[in-house]
Design a protein around this ligand. Structure first.
Ligand code: SF4
Ligand code: SF4
Ligand code: SF4
Length: 298
């Protein structure tokens, strides 16, 4: 089997994380717990392309407001560090438009979390996959590992972070819905328990067999995701990855390569060393400045 450069680094990145603490086992455990966690059902047949979800997301996450220009639909957009969700358009038939919102899928067994050597990206017990910038050492393995190409990096910043939708975890902790789902005016976004949304999705498909493709995107992709999509157009047309394997990526990576190449054996200790070194340097600096203050006052 020929593995391309991109594929190689995806597998390498995931295996780095898996090597540390049997991530596949941990991911499998998380899988069972999260299946009954929160989810969103996106019915693209109901989406009217108003992009209120983009604006609500930007406001909730203190991001730049999305462009108001309707020309944004002229090209396929991807999420970026100032847009955790974007809506794309395609033509189902001449003159018949379809739209779909994209954001982090909140995988049940997230490859990003599995690949992170310092647990900066984690699957919270409540369901959302969240990021802790204080732990992040900037290796960007999470970005390489994500099968949906979601996390983005603040390359232009002096203190860069990885950025992505966090499923409005803080809002959910307060009993609120994710901001995007709260404002959707057309019923295209339904927030609820993933297991129940899956039943709703299948019921809609079975009771309207001519209306929908017989596939719930996210039921099995990458081992299952908290966000589920039903649609009447090929999601690839809407800039979605449709080549994502069904097995959880951490499981795939754990047995994918028998000969660990350089990146897996030397990079992690090297990066961990740099990380520990810079943390230690900060600690020494803090201790020295505290000592200096004491000397000064004493
Ligand atoms: S979609 Fe990507 S970033 Fe989001 S949880 Fe899954 S692997 Fe992580
Ligand atoms: S859940 Fe929150 S962060 Fe994620 S796309 Fe919706 S509004 Fe944005
Ligand atoms: S708010 Fe709802 S209807 Fe409007 S673009 Fe977003 S998902 Fe579609």
């Amino acid at each position: 089997m020929k593995i391309g450069r991109r594929g190689f680094f995806k597998i390498a990145a995931v295996t780095v994380g898996a090597a540390g603490a049997s991530a596949a086992t941990a991911a499998a455990a998380a899988h069972g717990a999260a299946e009954d966690g929160p989810g969103v059902l996106v019915d693209t047949t109901l989406c009217v392309g108003c992009r209120a979800c983009e604006a609500a997301c930007a406001e909730a996450n203190h991001l730049a407001p999305p462009p108001e220009d309707a020309n944004v639909f002229d090209e396929k957009r991807d999420t970026h560090e100032q847009a955790f969700t974007v809506v794309n358009r395609t033509e189902k038939a001449p003159g018949v438009e379809r739209f779909a919102k994209k954001q982090c899928m909140h995988c049940l067994a997230p490859a990003c979390a599995s690949a992170c050597p310092v647990k900066a990206m984690t699957k919270s017990p409540e369901g959302p996959v969240v990021y802790n910038p204080n732990r992040c050492m900037g290796c960007r393995y999470c970005m390489i590992a994500c099968p949906f190409d979601v996390p983005k990096y603040e390359y232009g910043s002096n203190a860069p972070r990885v950025r992505k939708c966090n499923f409005c975890a803080e809002r959910q902790a307060k009993g609120l819905k994710p901001a995007c789902t709260e404002v959707c005016p057309s019923g295209a976004l339904t927030f609820g328990k993933r297991s129940e949304l899956l039943e709703v999705a299948k019921t809609r498909i079975y009771t309207n067999p001519d209306r929908y493709l017989h596939h719930v995107y996210g039921e099995r992709e990458a081992g299952g995701t908290s966000w589920l999509y039903i649609t009447d157009v090929d999601l690839e047309q809407l800039a979605f990855r449709t080549d994502v394997p069904e097995r959880p990526i951490p499981d795939l990576a754990s047995g994918a390569l028998s000969v660990p190449p350089f990146v897996m054996t030397l990079w992690p200790p090297l990066l961990m060393g740099i990380y520990a070194f810079s943390n230690r340097r900060e600690e020494i600096k803090d201790a020295e400045s505290a000592q200096g203050k004491e000397d000064h006052h004493g």
